[in-house]
Design a protein around this ligand. Structure first.
Ligand code: SF4
Length: 375
């Protein structure tokens, strides 16, 4: 039997907005009483079957609460959601059981949602699921980010967490979580890339990587790494592709460009492909898009770009204000003894890090890259 350590848990940790949650009830547009499975244990099943009220409530319970006979299942009963909504949900958006009885009459899953809790090495963590519209409203309205609160636990909620060789990840829960938060907050990488890196790295743990200190060392070096250590080459290439940004190559004069008038621009829109995509794969994708989606992809091209020596700068703001940023880059070039080398084959390159449909123009981030040569 593996050695085990018991940790007493006698305080909680929760986001401050946890205390402000209340169900939107009839005002909720995406009610949790619709379109998902509501299943429960024997105690809840029997409690529901014992409830008596008006004829309407009795009918709803009679027809809507059913027994599960699957021996493999952890559940004993469920609400019949075949009509899409919970059979206890009234036309006015309120729960017939809660209205006639009270909150305590609901099955545990309905009493708890969207609240969740987990006993962790230092505390009982309480959280609220963002699958709930009421929670999203609270999050949306947070003026200054998330604050946390902690209180001693009432006796009935105190618990003991057992850490044993059978649960080797438990002692590392906090450092692993802190690493995830650090990555999420690392704005040097685009958000999709941060999320993907976390998923790929955590997959190693899910697949059985047990040298956690070594994993943490590798994971902490990740934002600077070219590739995710230990990850198959295809996955790294895929990560790069899934998170790559739209970019354009523009044929521009070195000076006197009117960025506000884009009608005369000659540009190529591009997206970076993983190394394992061949010309044959590309030709197949083009023909499939034409055949299935009826898209004219005749101008799509498998292009290899060798940019050579370049200088680049991060431009913050609308595209029309790029000239000021380009002027700064030009001044830097001149100081260093270089000059622009723009031509038909060496082009002004823009990489769009922001989605102009979602972000305000003053927040748009665009990498501007120019080919250069020694003066
Ligand atoms: S999703 Fe949230 S706010 Fe909406 S009914 Fe359920 S608990 Fe209430």
């Amino acid at each position: 039997m593996a050695d085990s350590v018991s940790i007493k848990i006698n305080k909680d940790l929760r986001p401050a907005y946890y205390d402000d949650f209340h169900c939107l009830a009839a005002d909720c547009r995406f009610s949790c009483c619709k379109a998902w499975r509501i299943a429960f244990d024997k105690k809840d099943y029997l409690s529901l079957k014992r409830q008596k009220g008006t004829e309407d409530l009795n009918n709803r319970l009679e027809q809507g609460v059913r027994r599960l006979r699957d021996k493999e299942s952890n559940y004993y009963g469920e609400l019949d959601m075949s009509g899409g909504d919970c059979p206890l949900l009234r036309e006015d958006g309120l729960c017939a059981l809660q209205i006639e009885k009270d909150h305590a009459a609901l099955p545990q899953v309905c009493r708890a949602f969207p609240r969740a809790m987990a006993y962790l090495p230092e505390y009982l963590e309480r959280s609220l699921s963002p699958a709930c519209e009421g929670v999203l409203e609270l999050l949306w309205n947070l003026p200054d980010g998330v604050e946390f609160r902690s209180n001693p636990l009432p006796k009935k909620e105190r618990g003991t967490l057992t850490v044993s060789g059978e649960r080797p990840l438990v002692p590392f829960f906090q450092p692993i979580r802190e690493w995830c938060i650090d990555i999420l907050q690392d704005r040097r990488l685009p958000l999709p890339q941060r999320i993907l890196l976390i998923g790929l790295a955590l997959r190693e743990l899910a697949e059985g990587e047990m040298d956690i200190p070594a994993w943490l060392t590798r994971a902490r070096a990740l934002p600077e790494a070219e590739e995710l250590p230990g990850l198959p080459r295809e996955d790294n290439a895929l990560a790069m592709f899934l998170t790559s940004n739209l970019r354009t190559l523009n044929l521009l004069e070195t000076t006197g460009v009117d960025y506000a008038d884009k009608s005369g621009f000659q540009w190529i829109a591009m997206i970076r492909l993983p190394d394992f995509v061949t010309r044959e794969n590309f030709a197949w994708a083009v023909s499939e898009a034409e055949r299935k989606k009826k898209l004219d992809c005749s101008s799509a091209e498998f292009l290899t770009v060798e940019e050579g020596l370049c200088v680049q700068i991060m431009h913050l703001g609308p595209y029309d204000s790029e000239p000021e940023t380009v002027a700064q880059m030009d001044a830097y070039l001149a100081e260093q003894g270089y000059e622009n080398d723009l031509s038909e084959t060496r082009r002004h390159h823009e990489i769009y890090l922001s989605d102009p449909r979602r972000a305000a123009p003053e927040k748009w981030k665009t990498v501007i890259r120019h080919p250069i040569k020694k003066r």
